[in-house]
Design a protein around this ligand. Structure first.
Ligand code: ZN
Length: 203
């Protein structure tokens, strides 16, 4: 199982980090050891002073594929979930300055929070999925899949040109604006179409 994450997929978020808009999806990976499941607490790692939350819709692949055509991409997933791509922003900034890969800022243990999933058929409109992140009962990030630069199907088509997608692979589809630092004792709750998908503490 692998975790693929899309960067800069929402215009407002790319702007808040002063990043140019990409011509193609930007992707990077996290190892399976990055998963944080079952609402377990997230422990702020010692190596960073600036861990940011990035709430993201997550696609779970349920069929093996490569070179997937965009028009068939919908056949490769039937569930959407919600997660957090925790990012050591201080370290990522240094990586970017030096033109280095992002793994130490993105792929560390427990950096990929994964909540519940919903079947696509249960969603009103899969092209317009509302999601939110609440920190200590205040909404800090609000997104809708219609604002993605690259749709889920476009992402799958693009990634699968380079990387074979396997059953159980997860794609984090990028974060909307409002990323920010977490602190000890923060409570993070993620909602998809109003339904709570995860609820955990930062320690
Ligand atoms: Zn992200």
């Amino acid at each position: 199982m692998k975790i693929i994450c899309i960067g800069r997929n929402y215009v407002e978020h790319a702007r808040e980090l002063n990043n140019p808009l990409p011509e193609n999806p930007v992707f990077f990976m996290k190892p399976d050891s990055a998963l944080l499941l079952k609402n377990r607490p997230f422990y702020i790692p010692e190596f960073s002073n600036e861990i940011h939350h990035e709430v993201e819709l997550v696609v779970k692949i349920h069929r093996l594929g490569k070179h997937i055509d965009k028009k068939f991409a919908h056949r490769y997933y039937n569930e959407i979930g919600l997660g957090i791509d925790f990012t050591a922003r201080d370290i990522q900034r240094k990586c970017k300055e030096k033109g280095l890969p992002w793994e130490i800022a993105k792929a560390f243990d427990y950096s990929a929070v994964l909540g519940d999933f919903v079947k696509i058929g249960k969603l009103k409109n899969k092209a317009s999925i509302d999601f939110e992140l609440h920190k200590n009962n205040v909404c800090v990030q609000k997104g809708n899949s219609k604002d993605m630069l690259f749709s889920i199907d476009e992402i799958i088509a693009y990634i699968s040109q380079f990387v074979t997608l396997k059953i159980g692979d997860l794609i984090f589809t990028g974060t909307p604006a409002g990323v920010g630092a977490v602190a000890m004792n923060d409570k993070l709750v993620g909602k998809l179409e109003g339904k709570v998908m995860f609820d955990f503490m930062v320690k």
